[in-house]
Design a protein around this ligand. Structure first.
Ligand code: C5P
Length: 401
C-alpha cells in the first residue's frame, strides 16, 4: 500500500496511552498519523511523546494562531485519508452525534469529508447509559465506523464493555478502511440476523438466526474494499470494522432500510426474515384470558430478496439469496432462484448444527451451474463468497479454490 495518512484525535481517557502504540503500529504499516490532542487527552499523554512518535506537529487548540496560519482547521480535517478517534470518549461521541463544534477535535469531526472511525473507551456504566446508546446509534446511522469497545477489566476496577479495542485491532480496522482492495468503489448491501415481529409491547415472534454468517460476509466484502451497509436484525454481534450497520427489528423496517441503501452493486440477503408477522400488534400487553389462549392471526411479511431482485433501474447487478433447507437442498434452491428472481443462491443444509454454530457447508448455485464447498468456518465461506462476487463484478481478486 502506498503511504496513507490518518488524522488521529486522541481523547481524554486512561486508555490514551494506547494511542502511542497505535501510532507506532501504523508507522510500521506505512500509515502516517497526524495527531489532534484534546485538552483532556493532554492530561494523559504529553504532546511531546505524541509528536516524537508521529514525527509531526501535534494540534491542540482551535484558536492557536500559529497552527491556523500553518494549516487551517478545515484543511486539517480534510488533509488525511481517514479520521480516527482513539480513545473516543463519551464526551467526544456526544459532541459528534449532535454536531457540536466548540474545540479543535469536535470542529474537525464536523468539518471533515472523510470517513471517520471511532474506538470508544469509557467506564461500563457510561457506555451503557441511554445517552451513549443514543449517540452510538446516531453516529452509526451517520456512517461513522466503530471498532470495539472490548469487554474486560477496567482501570476503574469494574468489569464490562468499555475497554478500548487493542491497538492491533484498531490498526486492522484502519487498514480495512484505507484498503485499495479489488472491490474499492463498489457498494454492497448485506442483510443479517433474525427479524422480530411484535405481538404486543413485550412479546414477539422470531427465530434462532445468530447473524454470524451475514456479519462475516459483510466483513469479508469490507476487507476487499467495498463500501458495505449491513442491515441487521437484533444480534449479539459487534459491527465489523469498516462496515456501516443499520439496526432494525421487523421485516418491514428491514425492507425500508434496504431500499434506502440503494443503489448498490451487490445485495446479499442472509437475514432469516420472519415469514409472517402478527396481523395486528396490540398496543398494550395482552392479558391472560380466563378461558382460552388468544389466537394470533398472521399476515405475510414482504419478501426482501424478491423485492430487491425485481427488474428495474435500481436492481443491483448481482442479487444473492440464501436457502436454509433440510432436504433436497439443490432442487429446492434452484426453485428458489426462479421464484425470487435472484442471480445466485447459497444453499445450506440446516438439518444439523449450522444455525448458531461457527461452521457451514454450502452449495453455491448459479443459474448455469452449482459448486459444492466443503464444510468450513463461516468466515471462510464468507471469504469465498466475497471472492466470487469480486470475480462477477469484474474486480481483481482471484477466486479461492
Ligand atoms: O423463502 P425463504 O425464506 O426460504 O428464502 C430465503 C432467502 O430469502 C434468504 O436469502 C432470505 O434472506 C430471503 N428472504 C427475504 N425476505 C423474506 C424471506 C426471505 O429477503 N421475507
Amino acid at each position: 500500500m502506498s503511504e496513507k495518512r490518518v488524522l488521529l484525535v486522541i481523547g481524554g481517557g486512561i486508555a490514551a496511552y494506547k494511542s502511542l502504540e497505535l501510532i507506532r503500529l501504523l508507522a510500521k504499516a506505512n500509515v502516517r498519523a497526524r495527531a489532534i490532542l484534546t485538552t483532556a487527552g493532554a492530561q494523559f499523554v504529553t504532546p511531546l511523546s505524541v509528536g516524537a512518535l508521529s514525527g509531526d506537529k501535534v494540534y491542540q487548540d482551535l484558536f492557536d494562531l500559529t497552527a491556523e496560519a500553518e494549516m487551517g482547521h478545515i484543511e486539517l480535517s480534510r488533509s488525511a485519508d481517514l479520521v480516527v478517534v482513539a480513545p473516543a470518549t463519551a464526551d467526544l461521541m456526544a459532541k459528534a452525534a449532535n454536531g457540536l463544534a466548540n474545540d479543535l477535535a469536535s470542529t474537525t469531526l464536523l468539518a471533515t469529508d472523510k470517513k471517520v472511525l471511532m474506538a470508544p473507551a469509557m467506564n461500563v456504566r457510561m457506555w451503557e447509559h441511554s445517552a451513549t446508546r443514543r449517540n452510538f446509534a446516531r453516529l452509526q446511522a451517520d456512517g461513522v465506523h466503530f471498532v470495539g469497545p472490548d469487554q474486560g477489566d477496567m482501570a476503574c476496577g469494574e468489569y464490562g464493555y468499555g475497554r478500548l479495542a487493542e491497538p492491533e485491532a484498531i490498526r486492522d480496522a484502519i487498514l480495512a478502511l484505507l484498503s485499495d482492495g479489488p472491490l474499492k468503489g463498489k457498494r454492497a448491501l448485506v442483510t443479517a440476523g433474525p427479524t422480530i415481529e411484535a405481538i404486543d409491547p413485550v412479546r414477539f415472534l422470531s427465530n434462532r438466526s445468530s447473524g454470524k454468517q451475514g456479519y462475516a460476509i459483510a466483513a469479508a466484502l469490507a476487507e476487499l474494499g467495498a463500501e458495505v451497509t449491513l442491515v441487521s436484525g437484533p444480534t449479539n454481534l459487534a459491527a465489523p470494522a469498516g462496515v456501516k450497520r443499520v439496526s432494525v427489528e421487523s421485516a418491514d423496517q428491514m425492507l425500508r432500510a434496504c431500499e434506502k441503501s440503494l443503489p448498490v452493486d451487490v445485495a446479499i440477503c442472509v437475514a432469516a426474515v420472519a415469514d409472517w408477522r402478527p396481523a395486528l400488534t396490540a398496543s398494550e400487553k395482552i392479558k391472560k384470558g380466563k378461558n382460552s389462549a388468544p389466537a394470533i392471526a398472521l399476515a405475510e411479511n414482504p419478501d426482501i430478496l424478491a423485492t430487491l431482485s425485481k427488474p428495474g433501474k435500481k436492481r443491483p447487478k448481482l442479487v444473492i439469496g440464501f436457502a436454509a433447507e433440510t432436504n433436497d437442498v439443490e432442487a429446492n434452491a434452484r426453485a428458489k432462484i426462479a421464484k425470487k428472481g435472484c442471480d445466485w443462491i447459497v444453499a445450506n443444509d440446516v438439518s444439523g448444527d449450522v444455525m448458531g454454530g461457527d461452521e457451514n457447508e454450502v452449495l453455491l448455485i448459479r443459474r448455469d451451474g452449482a459448486e459444492a464447498w466443503p464444510r468450513t468456518s463461516k468466515a471462510e465461506v464468507a471469504k469465498r463468497i466475497a471472492a466470487a462476487v469480486t470475480k462477477e463484478l469484474g474486480g481483481k481478486a482471484r477466486e479461492r479454490k
